[in-house]
Design a binder for this molecule. Structure first.
Ligand code: AMP
Length: 430
């Protein structure tokens, strides 16, 4: 199938051609005709599937073809994070380059006045995070009564982040007659209830199996003592000569500490998380994309929606508490069919989390220790449940054959043997 056969107008096809995409992804070939036909849509598509173009292209076409430009927005795209909003805003601009539709992006953490000025000048497509959108609505600097198309992108994340009330309040400000498009990577019962209320006889599209990690991503895990994770990560950077790695930590402080540690090891790194100003977050992302830093250390929320073309490697320095977040994390690589690698550093106390992730994925992730960094066999004192400990050990025992030779490039694995006697400490995750 080609983009030409989807019913898109010539000026959109021209814009797509400059992106050098080749052919549409499955979500694009299925969703675009459905949206153009005016249906509500419930789409199960994880990040990296090309879902943004799947809703932006038909949305631009519908707005360009029906109705007239007005001062008030006619399409609203809600997203959970600022980064995602900014990226969708860029896509709207790129795909709509040959149309005369106006768009703007609204999120918190930056001044309101420039946004107010922009809204006053007139906007057709508004991309926004919920909180700042409600601020504008509350101050009457924004009128949502002309919205014809509502898109909820990464709706599961919006619910997880506690935006459900904000989203409901926003929906109450919209006209009853409108087209609703909901994109979500995962479906909880809450999500099901929410979408049942929102959508009118929706068409259903699911491009990846439910709760399935991108299949193009090669997933591996290294068991390691918690106290040695930082050294192992630095070792891997040197051994594999990694140049661009997105590293996930559980906490903001942990992200800062890890970025500093990598810096001390001669690996340029920066952290991105919710305590940083928008300007600092944009700068960090920019440095990473340009290759000025080799590691971007991120928390889940900050990393949500980051679109870095061809990102080859994701590392879970710590496993997420919620298994679904693992799917989102590894979806940062292997985007739109490209190959990618996701590596998890798993300490003994995280075996229970690994089990949960494996259950969600319906598959095993092989645990292979790195020579010189094999975990000590003593379970850490804060092991969650004796039952889980036993089952966690089973995962380790059923792992593929252990790697038996040191790194051919540096042999650093054995150089660090002296540190093996260090035991895992019960301190907070770094
Ligand atoms: P998304 O899932 O919307 O975040 O898109 C992930 C990445 O895939 C983005 O970098 C897009 O520019 C890219 N992309 C979108 N559509 C296609 C396509 N048809 N072929 C190749 N890459 C695409």
């Amino acid at each position: 199938m080609s983009f030409d056969s989807l019913g898109l107008r010539a000026d959109l096809l021209r814009a797509v051609a400059t992106q050098r995409y080749g052919r549409p992804t499955p979500i694009q070939s299925q969703a675009i005709p459905v949206i153009l036909a005016g249906h509500d849509l419930l789409a199960g598509a994880q990040t990296g599937t090309g879902k943004t173009a799947a809703f932006v292209l038909p949305l631009l076409q519908l707005l360009a073809e029906k109705g007239h430009p007005q001062r008030h927005p006619r399409a609203l795209i809600l997203t959970p994070t600022r980064e995602l909003a900014a990226q969708i805003g860029e896509r709207v601009h790129a795909y709509g380059i040959h149309l005369s539709l106006r768009s703007t992006v609204i999120f918190g953490g930056v001044g309101m006045q420039p946004q107010i000025n922009q809204l006053r000048r007139g906007v057709d497509i508004l991309v926004a995070t919920p909180g700042r959108l409600l601020d504008h609505a509350g101050q009457h600097t924004l009128d949502l009564s002309r919205i014809e198309i509502l898109v909820l992108d990464e709706a599961d994340r919006m619910l997880d982040m506690g935006f459900i009330h904000d989203v409901r309040r926003i929906i109450n400000l919209l006209p009853e007659r409108r087209q609703n498009l909901l994109f979500s990577a995962t479906y909880s019962d809450d999500m099901r209830r929410f979408s049942d209320n929102l959508l009118q006889r929706p068409k259903l599209i699911e491009v990846a199996r439910r709760n399935t990690a991108a299949e193009t991503v090669i997933q591996t895990a290294y068991p390691v003592d918690k106290a040695r994770k930082r050294d192992l990560l630095a070792h891997l950077f040197h051994r594999e000569d990694w140049q661009q790695v997105l590293v996930f930590t559980r906490t903001k402080a942990g992200a800062n500490r890890l970025a500093e540690h990598l810096g001390r090891e001669g690996i340029a790194a920066t952290a991105i998380h919710g305590n940083k100003s928008q300007a600092a977050r944009t700068r960090a992302l920019d440095e990473f994309k340009r290759g000025a830093v080799r590691a971007l250390v991120a928390t889940d929320i900050a990393a949500r929606g980051l679109d870095i073309a061809q990102l080859p490697q994701v590392v879970n320095f710590e496993l997420p508490n919620v298994a679904e977040d693992y799917v989102h994390r590894i979806g940062r690589t292997g985007r739109a069919g490209a190959g990618g690698q996701a590596l998890s550093l798993v300490s003994h106390d995280e075996m229970v989390l690994l089990k949960g992730i494996q259950r969600l994925l319906g598959r095993q992730i092989t645990l292979n220790p790195v020579v010189g960094f094999e975990p000590s066999l003593t379970p850490p004192p804060n092991d969650p449940e004796p039952g889980e400990r036993r089952r966690g050990s089973h995962v380790a025992a059923s792992a593929a054959p252990r790697r038996a030779t040191p790194s051919p490039r540096t042999g650093q694995g054995s150089r660090r043997d002296g540190q093996r006697s260090r035991t895992a400490s019960p301190r907070k995750p770094t």
